[in-house]
Design a protein around this ligand. Structure first.
Ligand code: 3H9
Length: 653
């Protein structure tokens, strides 16, 4: 009969082997009750003369996935995790960690306290703490280099990416990879281990110093890769300490670093993003609404957007019918799709065979009748209301009456696109971001008639495509492009006040964006937004002249015309401040009127984004501030470690 130490930890016996099972759904996170339960188990098993070895295994979908992140805002409670890991390591009998799912963070650190680690072939292990703005806090930086060497430890800890079982075995991070019945395999492993001399506990193993120059090289590489982030460099310093100082000194240094980062702005931001990302795919207001089944999809339009959407669907294993208006356009669409997969092969993301299988999943056609059995069709044609309405009229005739029909419009009013169509309950906006097979964000835009099942299907699609879905109400630009418009207008206002274009871009880069607002426009082209404004003007709307309009009228549409907000040397991409632009804009600039410098620029522009975000919330266009943050992070390059404009401004007060 299994004896219960705490409800989350049970102990069973297989002869002289004790099996400690952790059952703390959903992911066996190491909250206080579990830590106490494991501590008590170690004490009880040490005192039990019948037990010679212990297998630590978990119920549910995964091994221990880490510390309980929800406890991070609260005072630490005993037993502390580093003490627990040391206690397991010091146990009188050897412990064997039996890993399935993911052994992450504190979960892998628990496994490091065990004398052996046995992993199922489908499992992975890792120390992802830097992605939460912290460093491992229970010996990950100190024991890992003793187990797998300094280079592997640096990769694992400063990169934060988990590794699959086979690679973990090759690196020495686990001792054995097994398939089939993990419990039985781990017990057999433990029995076998008892027939041989035990290896030293990891804390007593030596660690060799790396080549001279190693630390400086790593520092440079990390600074470049994780620009602006504090945790990866602090993690490197912990590993260095582990190499250069005695075990317990290094452990104390790691703990101190962990505790100091835990309360930092970056950690708070990354935690908020962590929970927002996990909440986004399953919105509370949809409750138990069941999505419709998705087995076959259609895409209308094989341009950049359509091909990207088709690629995303095919990547997720959905067969796709790609419809274009004539044979030539079909061929072009298929070629666009082929190019996307070839790119994937070149970058090592896909094998040749996978790329070929993906292409085999697509049917190119001009005939809407091929969509008769599609469960979902996404329109990605030219942004013109008449063109789109014509597409939906054909879809309404060709598709099953329960097929979900979606538009990828980025700024047209979906109500006008669907107006007058039969059965609008199955209609929805699905706003992908380019390149659609890469960008994580999906804005989901219901019209008033959209049925809850249709909306739930949009979210189910996002889950299938591994995207971050955010529901947006209807307004010009939905959430993301509306904030972008405000951001650009605010940046132009700074230019009018005498702040230089280059200073603004530099400030936003300094804040953590890959590019400033003007460089980004030069890359994407100024003409798209210009044409939109011109369209609105032609329709009688009062759209004030922007500085961007002045540049486009002068033929400066961005890099593709050799100049936009900046000049570009032929064939080069480095932006050069432009005397031509200065002359064009001079009549609209009051030098020194309100010039800003450095970080103040970024603070001002982020505050503008957040102000637009607040209006968006007040209008019910977004449901939660965190939705706005997810849109900015996953669609517009907002630095993740700042948490998004709403989080960042709230944090600043
Ligand atoms: C750490 O360990 C620090 C230590 O070094 C030092 C300490 C002293 N805590 O992702 P899912 C929830 S830092 C609390 O959808 P999946 C999640 O919010 C930690 N809750 O599942 C969600 O809740 P709900 C290092 C957590 O199957 C539910 O579990 N570890 C935690 O797609 C399901 O999550 C990590 O960073 C947590 N640690 O993926 C691992 N993790 O149902 C983070 C998850 O209420 N976790 N939840 O929405 C993961 O990467 C994935 O959850 C995992 C499973 C791969 C494990």
């Amino acid at each position: 009969m299994p004896a219960t130490v705490q409800s989350v930890v049970t102990i069973a016996r297989e002869g002289e082997i004790a099996v400690v099972t952790v059952d703390n759904p959903p992911v066996n996170a190491l909250g206080q009750a579990l830590r106490q339960g494991l501590w008590d188990a170690a004490v009880a098993l040490d005192a039990d003369p019948a037990v010679r070895a212990v297998v630590l295994i978990c119920a549910g979908r995964t091994f221990i996935a880490g510390a309980d992140v929800r406890e991070f805002g609260k005072p630490p409670m005993e037993p502390h995790l580093p003490d627990l890991v040391n206690r397991i390591e010091a146990a009188a009998k050897p412990w064997v960690a039996a890993i399935h799912g993911s052994a992450l963070g504190g979960g892998y650190e628990m496994a490091l306290g065990c004398r052996f680690r046995v992993a199922l072939d489908s499992a992975s292990v890792g120390l992802p703490e830097v992605s939460l703005g912290i460093v491992p806090g229970a010996s990950g930086t100190v024991r890992t280099p003793r187990l797998a060497g300094v280079a592997a430890a640096v990769d694992l800890v400063t990169g934060g990416k988990p590794v699959k079982a086979a690679k973990a075995r090759a690196l020495g991070l686990v001792d054995a990879v097994v398939s089939g019945d993990l419990r039985a395999e781990a017990i057999a492993f433990a029995r076998d281990a008892l027939t041989k001399p035990l290896p030293l506990p990891i804390s007593q193993r030596p660690v060799s110093a790396p080549e001279p120059g190693f630390w400086a090289e790593q520092e440079t590489a990390i600074t470049k890769r994780a620009k602006g982030e504090a945790a990866p460099l602090r993690a490197l310093a912990c590993i260095r300490k582990a190499v250069e100082a005695p075990f317990f000194d290094a452990l104390a240094f790691e703990r101190e670093t962990f505790l100091s980062l835990r309360g930092s702005d970056q950690a708070a931001a990354l935690r908020a993003v962590f929970f927002a990302e996990r909440a986004a795919p399953r919105p509370v207001h949809l409750g138990d609404v069941r999505p419709l089944p998705l087995a076959k999809a259609g895409v209308i339009g094989g341009g950049t957007m359509g091909a990207g959407i088709a690629a995303a669907l095919l990547d997720a294993g959905l067969p796709v019918v790609l419809v274009e208006r004539d044979a030539e356009a079909v061929a072009r669409g298929l070629a666009n799709l082929g190019a996307i997969f070839e790119g994937g092969v070149k970058r090592g993301k896909l094998t040749e065979a996978q790329a070929a299988a993906h292409m085999a999943g697509v049917t190119g056609t001009t005939d809407y009748a091929a969509l008769h059995d599609a469960d979902l069709v996404i329109e990605a044609v030219f942004e013109e209301i008449g063109v789109k309405r014509a597409v939906f009229a054909q879809l309404a005739a060709a598709c099953r009456s329960d097929a979900v029909l979606a538009t990828n419009t980025s700024y047209l009013d979906p109500r006008l696109i669907v107006g007058g169509l039969a059965n609008p309950a199955r209609f929805i906006g699905l706003h992908f971001f380019s390149p659609a097979n890469v960008m994580k964000l999906l804005e989901i835009v219901p019209v008033p008639e959209t049925a809850p099942e249709t909306l739930a299907t949009g979210f189910a699609l996002a889950r299938a495509l591994n995207k971050i879905p955010v529901e947006a109400g209807i307004c010009e630009g939905f959430i993301g492009n509306r904030i972008l418009k405000r951001y650009r207008a605010a940046a132009e206002a700074l230019v009018r006040g005498g702040t230089t274009i280059a200073a603004i871009d530099a400030a936003m880069r300094g804040y953590g964006f890959a590019m400033g607002p003007f460089e980004a426009q030069d890359l994407g082209g100024l003409d798209i937004a210009f044409l939109q404004r011109e369209g609105a003007r032609a329709a009688g709307q009062a759209v004030p002249e922007t500085l961007g309009d002045i540049l486009v009228r002068a033929g400066r549409k961005g890099q593709k015309t050799g100049g936009g907000w900046y000049d570009y040397a032929p064939g080069a991409r480095a932006p050069l401040p432009s005397t031509g632009v200065a002359a064009l804009l001079a009549p609209h600039v009051t030098p020194g009127a309100a010039a800003m410098e450095g970080a103040a620029i970024a603070d001002h522009l982020v505050a503008e984004m957040a102000a637009e975000g607040r209006t968006i919330l007040a209008e019910g266009i977004a449901r939660h501030p965190s939705d706005i943050d997810l849109v900015e992070i996953h669609g517009y390059g907002f630095p993740r470690w700042r948490g998004g404009p709403m989080h960042a401004t709230a944090r600043r007060g």
